[in-house]
Design a protein around this ligand. Structure first.
Ligand code: PGA
Length: 237
């Protein structure tokens, strides 16, 4: 099975730029192991071109008087397959594990594939496993584990996001084994594990050699279609 490449475009590109972006990536002929997460208002451009699409956040209620929110029911009904949850930039804006837990539950119940981001801060690096453990316990609390075949864990050390530094392959591999075996022991399931944080067209060659990971979450580098294409080619070859 091909490894995933999740392109998180965050809050970037204006309308002309995103239309150019679509035109450019159309030339690359990506498979559906490449998931594009554009700013919400541009999602339909990608759905129209049959891309696998993820939404960058979601609310946990299915419908109602929640101005500015989108529900998993609505997203799934549009054909949006994936949702990013617990991203450090959301945690930074005050989303706590309780809220993330509700979103994970509602998204899985509504058939979406959840990319749950976990990661330690720079200060927490020496006790990273404890931090990740705690996030997993809280974010997955009381969720029906029969739905976990649609769960992907994205390890994104907060200190590695957007600043051109990554952990060593050994460090990523150690965390991958730790998280996978923790979830295996707790739920008796093999859950997909991907890495994110400063993945780019150069370091992907080295990162790809980590056998324990099932894909990559790419922010900055995915904004450039040629860089994204290079990453996808390395991952797929
Ligand atoms: P980055 O972002 O690749 O720019 O570090 C990754 C992310 O925030 O998901």
């Amino acid at each position: 099975m091909k490894k995933l490449v999740i392109a998180n475009l965050k809050m970037n590109l204006n309308n002309d730029e995103i239309l150019d972006y679509v035109k450019e990536i159309n030339k690359k002929h990506f498979d559906n192991n490449v998931v594009i997460c554009p700013t919400d208002i541009y999602i339909s451009y990608f759905l129209k071109q049959k891309y696998a699409v993820g939404i960058q956040n979601i609310f946990y209620e299915e419908k109602g008087a929640y101005t500015g929110k989108t529900s998993p029911l609505q997203a799934y009904s549009m054909g949006i397959e994936y949702v990013l949850l617990g991203h450090s930039e959301r945690r930074y804006f005050g989303e706590n594990d309780d809220l993330i837990n509700k979103k994970v539950n509602s998204s899985l119940v509504n058939k979406m594939k959840v990319i749950l981001c976990i990661g330690e801060t720079k200060e927490e690096r020496s006790k990273a496993k404890e931090v990740l453990n705690n996030q997993l316990d809280k974010d997955l609390a009381s969720v029906d584990s029969r739905l976990f075949n649609n769960l992907i864990i994205a390890y994104e050390p907060r200190w590695a996001i957007g600043n051109n530094i990554t952990p060593s392959n050994e460090e990523i591999d150690e965390i991958a084994h730790y998280v996978k075996s923790y979830l295996k022991q707790k739920y008796d399931l093999d859950i997909k594990f991907i890495y994110g944080g400063s993945v780019n067209e150069n370091n992907i060659i080295n990162l790809k050699s980590i056998a324990s990971i099932n894909g990559f979450l790419v922010g900055g580098a995915s904004l450039n279609p040629d860089k994204l294409d290079k990453i996808v080619k390395v991952v797929n070859n």
